[in-house]
Ligand binder design. Structure first.
Ligand SMILES: [Fe+2]
Length: 198
């Protein structure tokens, strides 16, 4: 179940909204041109599976949105704690990659098959932190300033949709804002304390 927190973007961010209400979340995101849709979850994939099996399980949904939106590339990104010696370093490096505010010249479109992650959308003096969970399809328009936090123990499977096959790059703004907005770990803890665990 999606969880949205909205913050002011000043030096001392204040929480303006905290909600797990699907309609309220969709409405708030629509105001900043971000689309959130929901697909039925294929439960048996939540523990992880290979890319072909994941794409096959969602073949109808994927084909429909590809036809609607004209994506030219679809793939799967996933990360799970595996207990290996290099896991802490791989987890840290993966998290760091898009943890600072940036933009892309393509839409950023992700469907969460399993696990969770937070997209932080910095628009109009506010930060919308969208905690995405299985079933959530989030579409962030190109050039939207944002960052992504997968937490200190990344655990997710996401289908990614691209219009541009030339690779996925971030244009980093240099704004240190992501350091002063609550992290994935902090928001996940807060959500659990509110009793909203899915
Ligand atoms: Fe991004």
């Amino acid at each position: 179940m999606t969880f949205l927190t909205v913050y002011t973007d000043g030096e001392t961010p204040e929480t303006l909204l905290e909600t797990a209400d699907a309609e309220e979340i969709e409405r708030a995101l629509k105001e900043i041109d971000v689309r959130l849709r929901h697909w039925r979850v294929v439960e048996e994939l939540t523990g992880g599976a290979d890319q072909d099996r994941i794409l096959d399980a969602y073949a109808d949904d994927v084909a429909r949105i590809v036809a609607e939106e004209g994506y030219s590339l679809v793939d799967v990104a996933q990360l799970h704690p595996d207990g290996s010696a290099d896991w802490p370093e791989r987890a840290r490096a993966a998290r760091e990659k898009f943890l600072s505010e940036h933009t892309h010249d393509d839409d950023e479109v992700r469907f969460f098959v399993g696990g969770s992650g937070i997209f932080y959308l910095h628009v109009g003096g506010r930060v919308h932190a969208v905690l995405c969970e299985p079933g959530d399809l989030l579409s962030v328009p190109k050039n939207t300033t944002h960052w992504f936090d997968m937490g200190t123990e990344p655990d997710f499977i996401a289908i990614r949709f691209f219009h541009d096959e030339d690779g996925w790059v971030g244009d980093f703004t240099g704004d240190p804002i992501s350091a002063r907005i609550p992290s994935f770990d902090a928001i996940a803890t807060r959500r659990a304390a509110l009793g909203g665990a899915s």
